[in-house]
Structures are given as C-alpha cells and as structure tokens.
Design a protein around this ligand. Structure first.
Ligand code: DON
Length: 304
C-alpha cells in the first residue's frame, strides 16, 4: 500500500505547477507550495501515510463539515434548513451574487462561505462557547488534543476578510445570520485557522465513513442522519463549482480547503486526507484532486 501511495504522489507532483498559492489570505501564500502528502485511515484500524502527511496546514473550508454537524445536532435539520439551502451554486466559494438575486435571501448551501458563516451563527452558545465546542469536537474526532489555531493565519483572515464581512452583514439584514456579525465572523475565522495534518483530516473522513461513530472508542458523537447530510453536501458542494466533475472523475464525498487540504472518505471503508497547497482556479488543491482521482481509479473507490 505504502509503495502504491508513493507512486501516486510521485506521478502527480507535476500538477503542483498548474496551481497557485492563495494570496487573498496573505499568510497562506507563505506555505510550502511543494508539500505533498496523503494519509489513509482504514475502518479496520490500518493506517497508511506517505509524503508530507505531517506537514501542518490550516483546515479552512474543511471545518464547514464539522460546524454543519454540530449545528444539526444543536438545532435539528428542519431548523437549520430554514436559514440555509440544500443546492449547489455553480459559483465560486466566496461568491455573493446569488445571496441577493435569488429569493428567499439565504445562502444556497452550508459549504460556501456565506452558508458556513450562517451555520456557525446557529451553533448553540456564546461566541467563546461556540468556538470551544467546535474545538472540542475536532479534538475528539481526530483523537488529537494538540490541535490549535494558527494565530498568524487567523489574524490574516480577520484583517482581509471583507468579502465574508460583507456577506455576513447582508445576511443579518435579511434575518439569516443570528447574533452579532463580528462575533460570528471571529468564530468562523478561528475555525478556519485550526492547524491540522493529513492524518487529522483522514481521521475526520474515517469518522464520517463510520457514520458519526468514533473508531477508537465506538462512541457515537453525531447522529447517523446528520453525518449522512454532511456527506451528501460533500458530494454535491464539497469541491464547489468543480463538484460535478469531481463526482465523475473521483466519485467519493470530499471537502477541500484553501489551505490545500482535501478531506475525503469512502463510506464504510476509509477516511483519506490529502495535502497540496497549490490550488486550481476553483480553490481546490491542484495535485490533491489528481491524487484522489488516481487513488479512486486504482482501488475502484467511486460510490457511483
Ligand atoms: O473564508 C474563507 O475564504 C476561507 N477561510 C475558507 C475558504 C476555503 O477554504 C474555500 N475552499 N476551498
């Protein structure tokens, strides 16, 4: 297995060149463009890593899957879907276009920035409690107590996050965002700036592949129906406006982040974490997508 993973990484190293480090969050442009890693957590208990699977990066949009599950547990699906829709946009992850032109005014889904900010506002607790509950859930799922915020990335996001800010203020005006705008954005920026490795996100994938039950203890943290909603959004919206192509080429639930990570899973089988900080024009890891495509074809992983 390890040998096969190395072959896949080496074969797809060339796709790094086709991507670019993001600059709209200046701190992210300091990442090592050439880092490339993969980690697999098999539900049978086997784990395999290759390349830079211990290289730290910020989780970014992959966090949206966790906050969605937490909000669903807190408020129930019926309540959450009063504030956020269930449909892909076909637009970029930070687009605000449809927010105003489509009625009722609410974000199309919880994976785009607007939807994720609204979802964070729906998590129970004060802003500090919200963040601590998100962090606690992360630590439990990854079985990693040392996960923390990358402070430089957090400050960089906060300083340059005017597009998110604009959408959040708009959403408060139309009654979608609950509570104070800046407080909610602060939680969102912190959740996006959590520093992880391929191993951590592979563990999140395995947790979802296991329907919301912790592999290490057998403890159910998330109801199966909520894990199912999260996985479904990963298929329809997880790779943003490349989700359709990804479903055809790779065919497994996946969620990308602008830190270069992709968290993926094969239901009932495994969680996969991939890292390649150079991004394509949709904001997905350019080499990461190719690595998952080869992995899926080699082991016949597509769920379709
Ligand atoms: O709000 C943002 O733009 C970032 N913190 C997260 C965006 C992101 O990761 C999109 N993913 N590909």
């Amino acid at each position: 297995m390890k040998h096969k993973l190395k072959e896949i990484l080496d074969k797809n190293r060339c796709f790094i060149e086709a991507g670019n480090l993001p600059t709209y969050i200046p701190e992210l442009s300091k990442a090592n463009k050439n880092a490339l890693g993969i980690y697999i957590v098999d539900l049978n208990g086997e784990e395999y890593g290759e390349g830079d699977y211990e290289y730290p990066f910020t989780i970014q949009s992959i966090s949206k899957v966790i906050t969605l599950m937490l909000a669903l547990e807190d408020r129930g699906a019926e309540e959450i879907f009063k504030f956020v829709g269930m449909e892909p946009t076909g637009d970029s992850f930070n687009s605000m276009m449809k927010l105003e032109i489509v009625r009722p005014s609410r974000p199309f889904n919880p994976m785009i920035n607007a939807g994720a900010i609204a979802v964070t506002s729906l998590i129970n607790g004060s802003p500090e409690e919200k963040f601590q509950r998100i962090l606690t859930l992360f630590k439990k799922i990854t079985n990693n107590d040392s996960i923390k915020v990358n402070h430089e990335v957090y400050l960089s996001e906060k300083k340059t996050g005017d597009r998110n800010r604009a959408m959040a203020y708009f959403m408060r005006d139309v009654g979608v965002l609950q509570g104070d705008v800046e407080d909610n954005l602060d939680v969102y920026f912190r959740q996006c700036s959590l520093e992880v490795t391929c191993r951590d996100i592979a563990k999140i994938g395995a947790f979802l592949a296991n329907d919301g039950v912790l592999l290490q203890t057998g403890e159910r943290l998330i109801e199966a129906k909520n894990a199912k909603i999260a996985k479904t959004f990963m298929v329809t919206c997880g790779m943003y406006n490349a989700s359709g192509e990804f479903a055809i080429e790779v065919g497994i639930p996946a969620k990308s982040g602008v830190g270069g990570g992709i968290m993926a899973l094969v239901p009932g089988k495994m969680g996969i974490g991939v890292l390649g900080p150079a991004l394509d024009d949709k904001g997905n890891s350019s080499a990461g997508v190719q690595i998952l495509s080869d992995l899926s074809n080699l082991f016949n992983l597509s769920i379709f």
